[in-house]
Design a protein around this ligand. Structure first.
Ligand SMILES: N[C@@H](CCC(=O)N[C@@H](CS)C(=O)NCC(=O)O)C(=O)O
Length: 214
């Protein structure tokens, strides 16, 4: 199997965390031509988005949530899927709330990073939605060692890259620690950053951000 990935992408990082945490045999490559819109990459994933997983038989699976879910199904012994229907539902709920109400709310901020062209109304609206999303997410956060249970699961893969970007947004927009008012999430983030696979993927994302900042 091959994963087309770039280090900065939170979506690709979601999949890389699953691969690193579980030692899965997946070759990780940049898109051919180094660009998601190169003709060679569009021939692999016509949506022109990173990540995409290519199976041994050539089938291509795009979308980070679908790829991680595929890996959990394809490697049932990996522990990516928490054991039992209730724990699996909790993991899916965390991933869904994080994607729909936190990541989606924060997305507007990617276009507002430059202070010279920043629209304060857009920024404040995005942070208000983000605060609501974090309140929802904190409701469902656990006090387990990981997001659900005692090992990395699909839920951690969804949460970790988003929490990396929340740290960036807090710093860039002068908002401080965005998790400060969300105790369970705050404690989860402190715990999970001690995991070796999390350290690896967070380091890759931070190095890519530093390179981009010049
Ligand atoms: N919903 C997709 C989002 C993927 C995505 O937007 N990836 C970005 C990189 S962070 C991308 O490829 N952008 C190129 C583009 O949209 O043209 C997922 O979860 O995989």
């Amino acid at each position: 199997m091959k994963l087309y990935s770039v280090d900065l992408s939170p979506f690709a990082a979601r999949v890389r965390l699953a691969i690193y945490a579980k030692g899965l045999a997946v070759e990780i490559l940049p898109p051919p031509g180094g660009d998601t819109k190169s003709a060679d990459y569009l021939a692999i994933n016509p949506m022109g988005k990173i990540p995409a997983l290519v199976l041994a038989d050539g089938v291509v699976i795009p979308e980070s949530d679908t790829i991680v879910e595929y890996l959990a199904d394809a490697f049932p012994g990996s522990g990516l899927r928490p054991k039992g229907a209730e724990a699996a539902a909790r993991a899916r709920l965390l991933a869904r709330v994080a994607e729909l109400y936190v990541m989606a709310s924060g997305a507007a901020l990617f276009g507002q990073m430059n202070p010279a062209t920043r629209d304060a109304v857009v920024v404040e609206a995005a942070f208000a939605k983000l605060a609501d999303g974090l309140t929802h997410l904190n409701l469902f956060a656990t006090e387990d060692a990981y997001a659900v249970g005692d090992t990395i699961t699909t839920a951690d893969c969804a949460l970790v890259p988003i929490l990396v970007f929340l740290g960036v947004f807090g710093h860039v927009f002068g908002k401080g620690d965005l998790l400060a008012g969300h105790g369970k999430l705050h404690a989860y983030w402190a715990r999970v950053q001690k995991d070796a696979a999390v350290i690896k993927v967070v380091g890759e994302m931070q190095a890519a951000m530093a390179a981009r900042a010049g």
